[in-house]
Design a protein around this ligand. Structure first.
Ligand code: PLP
Length: 366
């Protein structure tokens, strides 16, 4: 079986370091807060090139807390890509704002800047820039529009650890950013985890307080916050894995280049366009075809796993019926029937990628 993802294989390659890191946290009872969390926050901020990093409970919390910290007027409209994971939209509503879905680009699948601009009203206050599949959004154009209409930019980097827009890491460009360390992400913990990054000191302090019961010092609560913390064991695991992230992403890029080369001749199959100004982190490698479901089954019959991201566009979910955007003529409302994610990760060998592309070529020759 060619696996979509193989976290156990990854663990075996770093077992000694991970086991000893976890052992140290337990020996020192540094379960919540403490030196392992601080060390990881500092190392991750250095890796990205950002001033502040705040570890939190998961990526969804990171988005929620980041949006809350911006203190936008209650009920503000926030622009969210229709093609994303629900958390990108959920966080907006949870903080008391209104989700307005925007279409995706036809070729790289990130948020469409043209569509987004058309949806701006007097009440629009922010945009969630999801670096979907690990491909950065067009941040210069987004920043230009944000400046013109006075919008804040929240980067959703849950799929884009290690991705770069021109020479900057994602998570350092907008006003504030959210990362997820869900196990299957490019940088994944052994449980839930997340982080907020920003260059704005006052936002960083506020996020830190919101995530920790409205306090900096023990029992001196300035306001009602919540509890969302990265725990010591997760931080220690992440700190070990951070040392391998660059090399793992390089492998992802090699696999993606190999896929691109060997799939370019298939007319009914569209590969994702990679803009010249990005370093794509390839959390996912997606292709698009009208015969998606048949292709998925064919691959499975040939022992190749694949995934669908996402099978139902956000506007078409029952949860967002109230937004009344399900029947809008958006590409995102059609691509959910066409997108397929091929196996991707540092667990793959080039020989396995060749088997995948051979099978795809075979499928389309039938
Ligand atoms: C995974 C993901 C999240 C949420 O992260 P969790 O840690 O699972 O809460 C948010 N946005 C996107 C785009 C994601 O892929």
């Amino acid at each position: 079986m060619i696996k979509f993802l193989d976290l156990y294989k990854q663990y075996q390659s770093i077992k000694e370091e991970v086991d000893s890191a976890i052992g140290a946290v337990i020996r020192e009872s540094a379960f919540i807060g403490g030196k392992y969390v601080h060390a990881f926050e500092e190392h991750f901020a250095d890796y990205l090139g950002v001033d502040y990093c705040i570890g939190v409970g998961n990526g969804t919390d990171a988005l929620e807390i980041a949006i809350e910290a911006l203190n936008l007027p209650a009920g503000s409209e926030i622009l969210v890509p229709a093609n994303s994971f629900i958390a990108s939209a959920e966080a907006v509503t949870r903080v008391g704002h209104k989700v307005v879905f925007c279409d995706c680009n036809e070729d790289d699948y990130t948020i469409s800047i043209e569509d987004l601009e058309n949806r701006i009203t007097d009440r629009t206050a922010a945009v969630i820039a999801v670096h979907l599949y690990g491909h950065p959004c067009d941040m210069d154009r987004l920043q230009e529009i944000a400046n013109r209409f006075n919008l804040r930019i929240i980067e959703d980097c849950a799929q884009a650890h290690g991705a770069r827009y021109r020479d900057r890491s994602v998570g350092t460009i907008g006003d504030i950013a959210a990362f997820s360390f869900y196990p299957g992400k490019n940088l994944g913990a052994y449980g839930d985890g997340g982080a907020i990054t920003t260059n704005d000191e006052s936002l960083a302090i506020l996020c830190r307080k919101i995530a920790n019961h409205g306090r900096i010092e023990k029992y001196n609560h300035e306001f009602e916050g919540r509890n969302s913390r990265l725990d010591g064991i997760q931080a220690a695991v992440l700190d070990v894995k951070l040392g391998y992230l660059e090399q793992w992403i390089d492998t992802r890029i090699q696999i993606a280049d190999h896929y691109n080369e060997n799939l370019s001749g298939i007319d009914p199959l569209k590969t994702q366009v990679r803009r010249s100004w990005v370093r794509h982190a390839y959390h996912l490698y997606v292709v698009r075809t009208a015969n998606r479901d048949e292709l998925k089954q064919f691959l499975l019959d040939n022992n190749i796993q694949s995934g669908i991201h996402y099978p139902i566009s956000l506007p078409k979910l029952k949860a967002y019926q109230y937004c009344q955007q399900a029947s809008e003529d958006m590409k995102a409302n059609q691509f959910d029937r066409e997108l397929l994610s091929l196996p991707m990760g540092e667990h793959l060998e080039i020989a396995e990628a060749t088997i995948v592309t051979n099978k795809l070529n075979q499928f389309f020759k039938k």
